[in-house]
Structure formats: C-alpha cells, structure tokens
Design a protein around this ligand. Sequence first.
Ligand SMILES: C[S@@+](CC[C@H](N)C(=O)[O-])C[C@H]1O[C@@H](n2cnc3c(N)ncnc32)[C@H](O)[C@@H]1O
Length: 530
Amino acid sequence: MTTHFGTAVQAAIARNAASYDDLPYVSHPFPQTHPARLGAVARIFKLAAPDLSRARVLELGCAAGGNLIPLAARHPDAYFLGVDLSQRQIDEGQRRVTALGLSNVNLRRQSLTDLRSKDGGFDYIICHGVYSWVPEQVRDAILRIARENLAPNGVAFISYNVLPGWRLRQTLRDALALHVGPQGPLRERVARAREMLSFLEQNTPAETTWGAIFRAEAQHLRTADDSYIGHEFLEDCNEPCSFAEFMGNAAGRGLAYLGEAALSTMMPENMNPAAAPLLRALAGDNQVSLEQHMDIFTGRTFRQTLLIHKEREGKCMRKIMPDALEGLHFVPRPDFAFLREEDGKAIFADGSGAWFSTPDADVRKAIEALAARAPESSSIEEIVAAMEVRGASVDEAVRSKIADALLRMALVGLLTPSTEPMRIARALSAKPVACPMLRGDAAAGVLHSANLRHEPIRLDIVAQVVTPLLDGSNDREALIAATIAAADVGRVTFQRAGQPVVEPADIAACAAEHVDRVLGHLHGNACLLA
Ligand SMILES: C[S@@+](CC[C@H](N)C(=O)[O-])C[C@H]1O[C@@H](n2cnc3c(N)ncnc32)[C@H](O)[C@@H]1O
C-alpha cells in the first residue's frame, strides 16, 4: 500500500484505517452532495452538466456507502464507485449492496493515494468530510484524482474545515486532546471527552469569551454521534485551511471554482445587506476573493466547494440570469409557506429564517402554486400548468417574472435547484407505497437509510416490520396485523410506563399506535411515493 510515500505518511494512513475500523462513521446520505444538485449549480452558471440518469459517480472516503448506495438504488442506469480505506466500513456497505441486489455500485477498499485514472472518467466526484482529516499527501491525492478522473463537463464536490473560523473550534480540540491524551481505544477516549465537555459546559465562566465558546460547543456536541466527536476532535489529523489556500491548491492541480453546494452562501447580501457592497468592492470582480472576505466576516467553519476543470472557468457566467433556470426543478423545504401580507406584499418563508416578498399578483399565484405542490418539486412548466388549471393566463412576460422570482428564492436559500424532479406523496393514501430502496433496507434490518430527498431516515424496529409491506397492496389493518404477528414472535416488544405489554388487546392497541406513528413519520419525511 502507498509504497511511493515515506514511512511516516504510510504510518499515518495505517493509523487512519485502524481508527475507522475501530470506530466506524455512521454512514449517512448528504443531500447537498446529490449530483442532481451539483449539476443544477453548474447549469445556473450556464455550464453544461452531465445527465445523472446515465452518469458515472465516484465517492472518495465513502465510509459504508451511506451516501452512494441510495443514489445507486435510485439511478439504475448510472454507475457508482466508492473508495474507502476502512475494510470494516466497506464490508458493511457491501452487505447492504448485496441485500438490495444492486449491480451498479462498487465499493472498494483502497487508499486514495493509490487511486489512479485507470477507472475512467467520472461525471461527478464527491468527497465529503475527508479533505481536512487526512495527511497532506492524501489531500493532494484528492485534488489529483479530481483533475485526472473528472469528465470534461464534470463537477467535483469537496468539503473541508475552514480558517479563520475553525480556530475557535480548535480551542476545544486542544482542550479535549490535553485532557484525553493520545493513547487508548478511540471509543474510550470519546467517553472521557464527553465527561470533559460536560465539565466545561457547567464550570467555565459564562461571562468570558472562553466560557462562551466551550458552552456553545458542548451544547452543539451533546447530541453528536461518538464517531463524529472521535474523528473530528481526537483524531491525529484535522487540518483546516483558508478558502484561498484550498483554491490555491486546487488551481495548482488544474481545477477552478464553480461555487458552493448551497448557493445562498455565495451571496454577501444574505449575510449582511449593509456590508455587502463593501465586501463586493474589497473583492473586485473576483468570486473567490469575495468568498474569502465573507469567511473572515462570518467566521464560517465549513465549506462544501464545487470544482470544475480550469479549462471551463472562462465559460462560467457569474451574472446569473433567469433563463438559466429553464429545465430545472425547485425543491422547497417542507415548512415553506405563505407567511403574511404586509404593505401590499405577500411574504413567503420557511423555518430557516429565509424569506421572499412580492407585490406582484402573478408572482404570488405562482409561489402559491409551488407551495401547494410541495413536498414535490416544481419546474416553471409545472407551476405555469398549475396556475392555468386555476384559471390564470400566463404569457411570456408573466413567465419571465416567475423565473426571476424563482431565481431570487434560490439565491436566498428558499428553494434548492435540481436537475431532477422529486416525486413525493402529498397525502397519506389508504395503501401507501414506500420507495423500493427503503423497503429493501427495512427488510434487511438497516437502521440508517435515506428518504426521497436523500436525507437520513432512521428505521426503528416497527418501521422495519411495516416498511417492507408498503408496496401499495397493504392497508392500515394489514400493517397492524403484521405488527401484532411480529410481537407474537418476540421481534417487537411494547412497553407502557416501563412495564412490558402482554395482554393481546393491549398489544393490538400498541401495534395500532405504532403503525400510525411509523406511517406519519414516513409520510412527513418524504419516504412515500406519489
Ligand atoms: C470523517 S469520515 C467521512 C465519511 C463520509 N464521507 C462522511 O462524510 O460521513 C472520513 C473517511 O475517509 C476515509 N479515509 C481516510 N483516509 C483515507 C485514505 N487515505 N484513503 C481512502 N479513504 C480514507 C476514512 O476511512 C473515513 O471513512
């Protein structure tokens, strides 16, 4: 393995492998890495983007394939390769691939330093949560792989911790490392780190900056998984860098900046409208410089950067025009809604704090149509069709106002553009249909799966009984009967007030309650097909 590097680098890579074998990452889907979103960002900047239905997708540091496997399951004509150093995680992912019967995904145990271009070009390359957590030689390998393996029109996603913002979190990393020390199994060190976190939260002086940092971090980490705390705060390697440094390294490998996975973070107007003109002036006409200044201003700690080949940089249109939205689909958050009317303007918002207001009656009707279609995505055509059904007449001028509004909403973060539609059940039907991958995962006892928005979804034991039956042929009564049968054989147990439920009538009542809970959970979390 990695024979062309010195022994110190080989030892660091071997330690990394052992560390993830010892404490595997909980392997999740990351919606922001979805190639349909990466392609949409390219299209918004007027660049061609490969069609996902037949794409080749490579994930670097894929852990147990939690991000890649759901993509492969939903795109049977596309091909997916995942590479990771940890045998234990690859084995776990391979078991899930086999259980789902997928033939278009390959998970491979290999160090990124050994990955060459012989596997051919990839339309999308994803590297989430790896770049900052590996030695310099592996970081360089990630950029080399992106350059050597990205198809000419491809998009690469790389996330990393950024300076100067991460320096504040570094204080906690230093504190935990001093307390826990470098020796011993990672899981035990995490337990000691958690004790220290509670101590810091309760005892550091609240009125000092120092205390405020620790208290905020401790609160944030209270619900974090052990694997996150271990690998983020106790691992040998966590090397944040500035955005300028990252882009310098990427440029050195022949890669250029496309944008961020979340478009809204590229706009200083979203951060502080008063400061935006000054930041734009400081940066000149340079998006990289603008974003570096924004990092200094906001103390941002994490970036999810999209790269393209440097040969395409000149074709990237930074002045975004509404016509770039043609053919794209827009996904609102589930809580997106009309908020109120104020001074003759309709205000729409979601729980993220982002909002959009319009005084225009046609635009208002268009956004109401989009909200009524949620949780499904909407294209301009679908919005126009929904307006026409309600009697509105939509000419070119109105269509162009709608496109302008959708663009503005995407830029403030109210809508996520995607090259693919999202078809999700709006209402809970009498015989619901869950997406096939979720049914397969549930049948195989997988706890962490993915919903139709490519977000994590947890399948508890009742969900594992009910979900495989959601193929459109079973109603609520059939699901309750199956849950009672699972209770009869001891697969499911119910408790009330800490006591096991044993009477058949009580078991039936509990089964009905839990089936309703699971159906509500699956419906509310984008797991059921339209
Ligand atoms: C922090 S985890 C992130 C996993 C996943 N991408 C995510 O975001 O949840 C880092 C992953 O990179 C893998 N890794 C570390 N060094 C590597 C190397 N040299 N080659 C391949 N994978 C590596 C680890 O095994 C681990 O699964």
